[in-house]
Design a protein around this ligand. Structure first.
Ligand code: 9WO
Length: 252
């Protein structure tokens, strides 16, 4: 899968994505990341890509010319039109199902805005969808694009090892992860839960499932509406809810 990231700061994007698992996946030829400098498509003799907003107001707006040219120049090199995602707080919120779906694309064009935004006509002409990674404002779309590339790339077949993919399947039943422990067995007086040292695989699996349910109920109860739950899960949740609404409000 090929990511084409259109940005005023190509170095930032390339450096941020060259490390970690993604560097390995790129070495293995499973993914590629191309950062395209929008400034290379400027029509201005001073190489500007921004100008004052019509109607007045603070700051600068990215001009449509260089952005549209940059997108079309990438599209021309592809066998078929790629989706063009503009990273913006106005977009649909990014999610794991969205990452999995986008991982099926051969090419993806991610457009990073800067300044106070992108001229609306560029959005109308070349953007196919807008995506937000959450309800906060950044100084540009680059960090959001990097978050998306990371989440999408690990859904590309072969990027994760077999065991990582299998774990992913089981986690992603819509619950939060259970707590993890490694050595030492006791740290600053806090011991690892005994069941994890027992070697009893069925008990360990049951404990982990319950901890996942406990955490999800405590922190993200709305996830339970969509999670795949067994009869045992529901019984355990009922018990947890009774504990939480007990006389001490769940403090013990
Ligand atoms: C800044 C600003 C300042 C004064 C008046 C209006 C203004 N609008 C903006 C603004 O929204 N700037 C954006 C910065 C323009 C598009 C790129 N930027 C951006 C993307 N900030 N945050 C994101 C983003 C993208 C995806 N998910 C979360 C946030």
């Amino acid at each position: 899968m090929n990511f084409h990231i259109l940005t005023r700061f190509p170095d930032m994007v390339e450096q941020g994505l060259s490390a970690s698992i993604l560097g390995r996946a790129e070495q293995a030829g499973l993914i590629s990341v191309h950062a395209v400098n929008i400034r290379d498509y400027t029509e201005d003799r001073h190489l500007h890509v921004d100008d004052y907003p019509y109607g007045g107001g603070a700051g600068m707006v990215m001009q449509p010319g260089p952005v549209v040219k940059a997108v079309r120049s990438v599209q021309e090199k592809l066998d078929r039109p790629a989706r063009v995602i503009y990273l913006s707080p106005q977009g649909k919120t990014f999610s794991q199902p969205m990452a999995r779906e986008l991982a099926r694309e051969e090419d993806l064009i991610l457009l990073c805005g800067h300044y106070e935004g992108l001229d609306e006509r560029a959005i109308e002409l070349v953007v196919t969808e807008q995506v937000s990674i959450g309800d906060y404002v950044l100084t540009g779309g680059e960090l959001a694009a990097m978050v998306m590339v990371d989440a999408i790339a690990r859904m590309v077949p072969g990027v994760l090892t077999n065991s990582e993919s299998a774990e992913e399947e089981s986690f992603m039943q819509g619950l939060l992860e259970y707590p993890q422990y490694t050595r030492p067995e006791v740290f600053e007086g806090k011991a690892v839960p005994e069941v994890l040292l027992s070697g009893h695989h069925a008990n360990i699996a049951a404990w982990r499932r319950r901890e996942s349910l406990r955490r999800t109920l405590a922190a993200r109860p709305e996830l339970l509406d969509r999670a795949e739950l067994s009869k045992k899960d529901r019984a355990w949740l009922d018990e947890l809810r009774r504990e939480m609404s007990g006389p001490d409000g769940g403090d013990t």
